[in-house]
Design a protein around this ligand. Structure first.
Ligand code: NAD
Length: 299
């Protein structure tokens, strides 16, 4: 359990990526503080985390309201005496092209995605600095890095989050507080329901796997292979045969052999090492492509 007893506040934790994060933290032994604006959804998320054996509290908080954030943070501190992690995950979209975007749409997104991140970070920072330890993890997005059609407000907010992160990591790193951002690609959660299919299709086309990210349950239901730390990482000894995503790329390429000795490079070096100290055989021979006078690659 990598987060045993770490007191972790997760905003926007009632659904989507926030809920998936809360459940993961619960599995890793954290004390999970579920924060979201919908009380019934908070209760449901708390129940799910508790079912995993975690210590959990829920707070119905609108993170754009500073007093509500301060009240929650004071209650967590009072109860647990510390705050180890803040995941600034709550976020919204209100998309429109530049010519059509209203001030309400612009302000709503900046309020939740940017101003509220500032609220939550400022509310916990004193505690973390006093502890000399803590982690703030901010949700940015690929849209903050590359921009996206119809997302002036969202792109600006997510780019702003990267600015927060770089600034706070300079200010707080020396005091033992780590600040990082994640910039996910498109993940299939309710936040995408407001984005036109055409825009989603364009984003899908840019992803090498030609599909959007999935939450844990969806990946298991569709029986997709694990990527990264999972079992289907490149296997030693089968390099070039199995890709990291588990899809077969065809037959393995035959190993290149040295023209001089007929061995593979590794076998040749091993033989040279074994011969070291015995005499002239100590140096490995050159592959055929590097042999003087050779023009064709060795097979
Ligand atoms: P989602 O809409 O599924 O969940 C967002 C949660 O935030 C909801 O539970 C909502 O109630 C909560 N929330 C919204 N406003 C709030 C407020 N004022 N106070 C408290 N809670 C509030 O979204 P998601 O897809 O899970 O996204 C989570 C984060 O990840 C967001 O910051 C989003 O911008 C970012 N992100 C998402 C994607 C994606 O493709 N889904 C990609 C990159 C980044």
């Amino acid at each position: 359990m990598r987060l045993k007893n770490k007191v972790s506040i997760i905003t926007g934790a009632a659904q989507g990526i926030g809920l998936a994060t809360a459940l993961k933290f619960a599995r890793e032994g954290a004390v999970v503080i579920v924060c979201d604006m919908k009380p019934e959804a908070v209760d449901a998320a708390v129940t799910q985390c508790r079912a995993l054996g975690a210590e959990v509290s829920g707070f119905a908080v609108d993170v754009t309201k500073r007093e509500q954030v301060d009240t929650m943070v004071a209650a967590v501190r009072e109860k647990h005496g510390r705050i180890d992690v803040l995941v600034n995950n709550a976020g919204i979209t209100r998309d429109a092209r530049l010519q059509k975007m209203t001030l309400e749409q612009f302000d709503a997104v900046i309020d939740v995605n940017l101003r509220a991140v500032f609220h939550c970070a400022q509310a916990v920072v004193e505690t973390m600095v006093e502890q000399g330890a803590g982690v703030i993890l901010n949700a940015s997005s690929v849209v903050g890095l590359y921009g996206n059609f119809g997302q002036t407000n969202y792109a600006a907010s997510k780019f702003g989050v990267i600015g927060f992160t770089k600034t706070w990591s300079r200010e707080l790193g020396p005091k033992g507080v780590r600040v990082n951002a994640v910039a996910p690609g498109f993940i299939e959660t309710p936040i995408l329901s407001t984005i036109p299919d055409k825009v989603i299709e364009q984003m899908r086309e840019k992803v090498p796997l030609r599909r959007l990210g999935l939450r844990r349950g969806d990946r298991q239901r569709l029986r997709l292979p694990r990527v990264g730390r999972g079992r289907l990482r490149q296997r030693r000894g089968h390099r070039g045969h199995r890709r990291h995503d588990g899809l077969s790329r065809g037959a393995p390429r035959p190993a290149r052999r040295h023209a001089g000795c007929g061995k593979t490079a590794r076998a040749c070096q091993r033989a040279a090492r074994a011969g070291a100290g015995i005499g002239d055989n100590a140096a490995p021979c050159l592959p055929s492509s590097k042999m003087p006078g050779s023009s064709s690659p060795a097979v």
